[in-house]
Design a binder for this molecule. Structure first.
Ligand code: FES
Ligand code: FES
Length: 178
């Protein structure tokens, strides 16, 4: 028996539209609602509809990682994700990484170690490095390199990004052991 798509199945963007529809997403702990075309990518929705411009668009085709966010706590390229496909998930952007007014240790370490030049790759880099440090504060240089292997930094800030991430990891590890 062949599977017939049910008319009420709205889980894939292909069954929606073409007119804009209201879309509610859980972003940085808040439900945010705006009209969106079904073909809208997550990064477009974040930036253009919600005004969360911290997440950058570099290549817009999954090749640079500038648009990295967390979806249900895992890193993801928001230019390769349809906004309507993450309605049941929790999105964290660079704007949501600080906690109670305190920067994430990786954000602090990027400042302290001068781990950026133009800053365009930085939000995406920070999201991937913070994900690594939160999961494994005993990470090695090889782990950091692997975590940001998909990220392009045209300014070549990699050495200080490595230093900053390892310093943040050491600080988090010390805090957790205290
Ligand atoms: S903008 Fe998404 S990977 Fe480059
Ligand atoms: S700091 Fe300029 S692209 Fe990375």
């Amino acid at each position: 028996m062949s599977a017939t798509p049910h008319s009420s199945d709205t889980r894939t963007a292909g069954t929606l539209g073409p007119e804009p529809l209201p879309l509610s997403l859980l972003v940085n702990g808040e439900v945010r609602t705006a009209l969106a075309d079904p073909a809208t990518t997550l990064v477009e929705f974040l930036r253009d509809s919600l005004g969360l411009t911290g997440t950058k668009i570099g290549c817009d085709r999954g090749a640079c990682s500038a648009c990295t966010v967390w979806i249900d706590g895992e890193v993801a390229a928001s230019c390769m994700t349809l906004a309507f496909d993450v309605r049941d998930q929790s999105i964290t952007t660079i704007e949501g990484l600080s906690h109670e007014g305190k920067l994430h240790p990786v954000q602090r370490a990027f400042i302290e170690h001068d781990a950026l030049q133009c800053g365009f790759c930085t939000p995406g880099m920070v999201m991937s490095c913070a994900h690594l440090v939160d999961k494994n504060p005993r990470c090695t240089l090889e782990d950091v390199k692997a975590a940001i292997s998909g990220h392009l930094c045209r300014c070549g800030a990699y050495p200080n990004i490595f230093k900053a991430t390892l310093a943040a990891a050491a600080a988090v590890d010390q805090d957790r052991s205290a």
